[in-house]
Design a protein around this ligand. Structure first.
Ligand SMILES: Nc1ncnc2c1ncn2[C@@H]1O[C@H](COP(=O)(O)OP(=O)(O)OP(=O)(O)O)[C@@H](O)[C@H]1O
Length: 305
């Protein structure tokens, strides 16, 4: 049996429309399923916990949502070894699914989930900071990019324009606002074998898969299932250079620039002189002057074809 977790709110209401359509197909074909729609109070982590904690036999969970919904499911799940995820990506970013790259019709997504040809075992990371701790499957970071996430999520314009195409512009305006406001501070980067101090980074990201922030390829080599994180830091005080490097990152060509530090590892700790915003998979995880990023032993099976 498949259990569907649906975020009706994802992509300004596309989640709900997609579920209405999918439910018709499932009912017409007499496919056995169960489902739950997320609400503000009953989030996907709560639902994932409920359906997986007593599990004794394998279960496929179909997720209809974006990266934030996948992140919540990962954070709520128990008995990972019994679960296989099948994702119908209807978020506004979909950076996790972008990493294995299928984009198809709803009917085909369903066929892939019903008869998978390829399942990969994805790594899971955890961020710990002075505020909280939380798992991630796409990426986690501290600094400028996390502040954009914070600004977008708290924008009154996002609330006013939600469910309209204008809501996408909120990301662009938030990024511009943060570019002018953000003041870089030194980062101490502790890796498994070395400690380095960087004087003026805007941010660093720890990537499990290559893309974040709607297709920005900060770590083109990240695989998600290779038992290692990829790390990217942009170390410049020049805001035009920052904008240039982020634009280059859409094609992954920023990595050869001298102001970009790239590394790999299973553990990173960042210490800064003031509290900075942190995020996991585009969701806020508070402000902190330190953050640890740990590759967990736990893995999750994901249908990719
Ligand atoms: N019924 C609901 N009403 C309002 N918010 C909801 C509801 N269900 C879930 N959420 C919130 O939606 C957010 C996750 O949305 P999600 O990331 O899946 O979509 P998205 O933002 O459109 O996509 P992406 O992350 O790929 O850009 C979470 O913050 C979650 O708490």
């Amino acid at each position: 049996m498949i259990y569907f977790i649906i975020n009706p709110h994802a992509s300004s209401g596309l989640g709900e429309k997609t579920w209405v359509e999918l439910k018709k197909i499932l009912d017409n074909r007499k496919i056995e399923y169960d489902f739950a729609l997320t609400t503000r109070e009953k989030r996907a982590d709560f639902i994932a916990d409920e359906i997986s904690k007593g599990l004794t036999t394998p279960m496929t969970i179909g997720i209809i949502g974006g990266d934030g919904t996948i992140n919540e499911v990962i954070n709520g799940l128990k008995n990972f070894h019994l679960i296989t995820l099948g994702i119908i990506p209807i978020g506004s970013g979909n950076d996790f699914v972008r990493s294995y790259g299928y984009k198809t019709s709803l009917q085909n997504y369903l066929e892939i989930i019903l008869s998978p040809k390829k399942i990969l075992n994805y790594n899971i990371g955890k961020i710990k900071n002075s505020y909280s701790e939380r798992k991630f499957i796409v990426s986690s970071g501290i600094g400028f990019d996390a502040q954009i996430t914070y600004t977008v999520n708290n924008s009154k314009f996002r609330k006013i324009f939600k469910n309209t195409p204008i809501s996408k512009l909120v990301y662009i305006f938030s990024a511009l606002k943060v570019i002018f406001e953000f003041k870089p501070v030194p980062f101490t980067v502790i890796e498994e074998e070395k400690t380095s101090i960087f004087n003026s980074p805007f941010f660093c990201v720890i990537m499990n898969t290559p893309y974040e922030g709607k297709a920005v390829k900060f770590c083109p080599d990240a695989k998600g299932y290779d038992d290692i994180f990829d790390f990217c830091m942009i170390n410049t005080t020049n805001k035009f250079k920052l904008a240039f490097l982020i634009l280059r990152a859409y094609s992954g060509k920023h990595v050869t620039n001298k102001d970009v530090y790239i590394s790999k590892g299973k553990y990173f700790k960042i210490e800064t002189s003031k509290d900075l915003h942190c995020h996991t998979d585009g969701e806020q995880v508070g402000k902190s002057n330190w953050a640890e990023f740990i590759l967990l032993d736990e893995k999750i099976k994901v249908i990719v074809k």
